[in-house]
Write a protein that binds this ligand. Structure first.
Ligand code: GDP
Ligand code: MN
Length: 382
């Protein structure tokens, strides 16, 4: 789950990372009031779940309430790479002497958190990594040993932060960022830019914060930060029902049990000349309620013209899944063609149950490819 800048900064502040004072605003009037309260120069910042807002015109310095209101009028409603701005963060403006970059992210390859620090901040870190890799200090943290203070010192010296007063602040900030990263079960905590003011004060001017979805149960307060309006309507419904669902842009709705099976189903649909409308994993379940919930989500997508069940009976028996499908069809009205491929434990019983059922739109196939071809054809595929 990605957090907005202002939410990430709220978490930063909880862990003692210095950030600027600010207010949230959703209208030009609120932006004006926020600027009045903060006093002096403020910066009006678009809150969208994507980076590069500065270049896209989503960040504006304002001299006072009037300018802040005008900037808010310009920025609200702006489309930044497909993200429409609905919220603004009005922050006390900072004077910037230097822009650094600091992040800690989860490196899946190494199975360890990875810190990166460079004094060439403010720009895309990929650019720095390509143009001057020697300027980028990188350090993995052994999660079992945990973070050690000397590692922050190493990062500072290697990146070339040489002012002793700055070093002290950056070292403390690195330690706190690691605490935030671990304490929030984050996948990414990025500060770009990490600024040094003309007075020598080090502060986080931006925040990119991603929390592991699978750990949200431990952080109900962070879970509540999710912006439901920014989510796709089907994905929102799926989240409410606890269905594993990813929206795609084709016309065949897919239900499978197990992520691997669903992924190969996507390939087979493609091979049959169709396009998947979604990725929906029933997991180990297959009971009626699970099937009803998944079908509810899939049929709420108006692009769907056919549905394919691809079930391999392992832990779950095929006759149970067949019973779940039939019960679901009794409870809800679906006119779209439904093709079911069942294989594995009790597949024959399952197929027989479906074949005998009084649903004209329900079709049974034995193989994955024939099922895919059938559903693409019935959906009037390309
Ligand atoms: P991003 O473009 O989405 O990464 O947004 P940032 O929050 O990183 O802001 C982009 C740039 O705007 C920064 O690198 C700064 O140069 C500038 N900026 C943001 N806040 C301030 C501020 O308070 N004062 C000044 N002078 N510049 C700012
Ligand atoms: Mn930034």
């Amino acid at each position: 789950m990605d957090l907005y800048e202002y939410q990430g900064k709220e978490l930063f502040a909880r862990f003692g990372i210095p950030v600027s004072d600010g207010r949230l605003a959703t209208s030009p009037e609120e932006a004006r009031a926020a600027a009045e309260e903060l006093g002096g120069q403020v910066v009006v910042k678009a809150q969208v779940l994507t980076g590069g807002r500065g270049k896209a015109g989503g960040i504006k310095l304002s001299d006072g309430p009037e300018e802040a209101e005008a900037a808010a009028t310009d920025i609200l409603g702006l489309d930044i790479r497909g993200h429409v701005v609905r919220k603004l963060w009005i922050e006390k403006a900072s004077d910037i002497a230097k822009e650094y970059y600091l992040s800690v992210t989860f490196d899946r390859g190494e199975k360890k958190p990875l810190f990166m620090l460079t004094t060439q901040g403010g720009v895309d870190i990929e650019e720095v990594a390509e143009r001057s890799p020697e300027a980028l200090a990188r350090l993995h943290i052994d999660p079992l040993v945990g973070f050690q203070p000397y590692q922050a010192r190493w990062l500072c010296f290697t990146a070339g932060v040489d002012d002793p007063d700055e070093q002290k602040q950056v070292i403390a900030l690195v330690a706190r960022l690691y605490e935030a990263f671990v304490g929030c079960d984050a996948m990414l905590c990025e500060v770009n830019p990490l600024i040094v003011t003309p007075d020598g004060e080090v502060r986080a001017l931006d925040s990119k914060f991603t929390v592991d979805d699978n750990a949200l149960f431990r952080h109900p307060d962070i879970g509540e930060m999710r912006d439901l309006e920014a989510a796709d309507p089907q994905e929102r419904l799926a989240g409410e029902k606890g269905v594993t669902y990813v929206k795609l842009d084709g016309e065949i709705g897919i239900l499978g049990n197990g992520a691997g099976l669903v992924m190969s189903t996507l390939d087979v649909i493609d091979q049959a000349g169709g396009r998947a409308a979604n990725f929906c994993d029933l997991g180990g379940g297959g009971d009626a309620q699970g099937v009803v919930d998944a079908l509810d989500v899939i049929t709420s997508d108006p692009q769907v013209r056919g549905i394919l069940f691809n079930i391999f009976g392992g832990i779950t028996r095929c006759d149970e899944v067949a019973r779940g499908i039939l019960e679901a069809l009794d409870r809800m009205t679906i006119e779209l063609p439904i093709v079911v491929r069942l294989d594995g434990t009790n597949a024959e019983e399952g197929r027989a149950m479906l074949a005998e059922a009084p649903h004209d739109n329900l079709h049974v196939e034995e193989t994955m490819l024939s099922a895919a071809e059938r559903v693409v054809e019935l959906a009037g595929g390309s």
